[in-house]
Design a protein around this ligand. Structure first.
Ligand code: GAL
Length: 379
């Protein structure tokens, strides 16, 4: 056999060995997901940033027991090249331990952190939902932290209620001039009509709009948006961020008034914007919802429940609540639904439900797979 042939056979065998090593690992929704240290990934209500061909997963670092739902540590960060092997990159944003007056003092509620990268400033920008310590969910604020390195450390900048003194773009003159009796029962017909008309926008006009469950979205033109449950969780607000992503421009819209959407996740496909969300039932799962728009600032059209499967699966979003939709690197137009299966009595044990998104009559839909891998997208 010639020397050349030997080299060829050797090269071929090495390639085959390499291929075998790279066999795709399974994604097993709802199971323990060990990180590089063998510990269950601790990044709940997560958000994902694709940066330098790597996925960065940011999420709530929970601790044991019921008290573990509060922020006792901060925001975790993990990295992965393949969505199955995750390296713990440590705590990206740490709560403050030595100042009870600080907005993110230990024991506050810090939820659904999301990170985006600003090309112009070179900064990594994190926004999250913040509830001040010992105030339940009354504060309804969003907060900003910034870093020079993707994994952090992130420095806390501020917390606020957005868009103080600014009307939504889709508010009419009539709505701006309406008057309300804030003591009315917001759950009866009259109350509901007032909420739909913007009673809470007006109530919060001076101090800024409420901001709870949230996500961020960066569009192809580099503009970024902050999407959150506002108005006592009744209505989603989609808010434009400034060029540095660290503030609000004042342009915002109300979406689905009083439809009570939480857990928003946004993705873009074929020039359309899609939103997944949930209803408002706290840690308990409820039917998923979806919507589509040609412009992120609306009009949005409801597409109904995005889950397909048994009655129970469809009514509980496979026992999960949406948190993000991951665009798969190198697989144009392929997306993964990411949800949390909360374990409120032992917060650290919360599980992750990730499932591939498929399409049905131009609607994004999600079906249950107890085990799947990324080759799904090559079918
Ligand atoms: C959920 C929300 C979670 C958390 C929880 C607290 O509805 O999506 O992020 O805030 O309520 O009960």
């Amino acid at each position: 056999m010639s020397k050349k042939l030997y080299i060829c056979i050797f090269a071929l065998l090495s390639l085959m060995a390499c291929g075998a090593e790279q066999e795709l690992k399974s994604i097993i929704p709802g199971e323990i997901w060990p990180d590089n240290n063998g510990e269950h990934i601790n990044a709940h209500g997560g958000g994902f940033l694709v940066y330098n061909d790597t996925y960065y997963w940011f999420g709530e670092h929970k601790t044991a027991g019921k008290a573990g739902n509060r922020a006792n540590v901060g925001v975790s960060c993990y990295s992965s090249k393949n969505l199955t092997d995750w390296t713990n990159e440590g705590i990206a944003l740490r709560v403050v331990e030595d100042n009870p007056q600080h907005d993110i003092t230990i024991g506050c509620v810090l939820e659904r952190p999301k990170v985006i990268y600003n090309e112009k400033t070179g900064k990594f920008v994190m926004w999250f939902h913040l509830e001040l310590k010992d105030q339940g969910y009354a504060a309804a604020r969003t907060a900003l932290a910034v870093a020079d390195k993707v994994t952090g450390p992130y420095t806390f900048v501020k917390s606020l209620r957005p868009n103080a003194g600014q009307w939504p773009l889709n508010f009419t003159e009539e709505q701006k001039n309406a008057t309300y009796d804030y003591s009315i029962n917001r759950w009866n017909n009259e109350g509901r009509a007032a909420v739909i008309n913007g009673m809470f926008v007006m109530r919060d006009f001076e101090g800024g709009q409420m901001s709870r469950d949230m996500t961020l979205f960066v569009d192809d033109d580099g503009k970024a948006y902050h999407i959150a449950s506002a108005e006592d969780n009744g209505t989603i607000h989609i808010r434009e961020l400034t060029d540095d992503y660290q503030d609000f421009t004042g342009r915002y819209v109300r979406v689905f008034p009083d439809k009570r959407n939480e857990a928003p996740a946004i993705f873009k496909h074929n020039n359309k914007y899609y939103m997944f969300s949930s209803g408002c039932t706290g840690w308990k799962p409820n039917p998923g919802r979806s919507a589509v728009a040609d412009d992120i600032m609306g009009e949005w059209t409801e597409l109904g429940n995005f889950c397909r499967g048994t009655d129970k699966e469809v009514k509980t979003t496979f026992g999960s609540q949406s948190t993000y939709v991951i665009p798969v690197i190198g697989e144009e137009g392929q997306f993964i639904y990411c949800g949390d299966r909360w374990r409120p009595n032992n917060a650290i044990d919360g599980r992750y439900i990730w499932l591939p998104i498929t399409w049905e009559d131009e609607k994004p839909v999600v079906k249950w797979y107890s085990q799947w891998d990324l080759s799904f997208f090559e079918k």
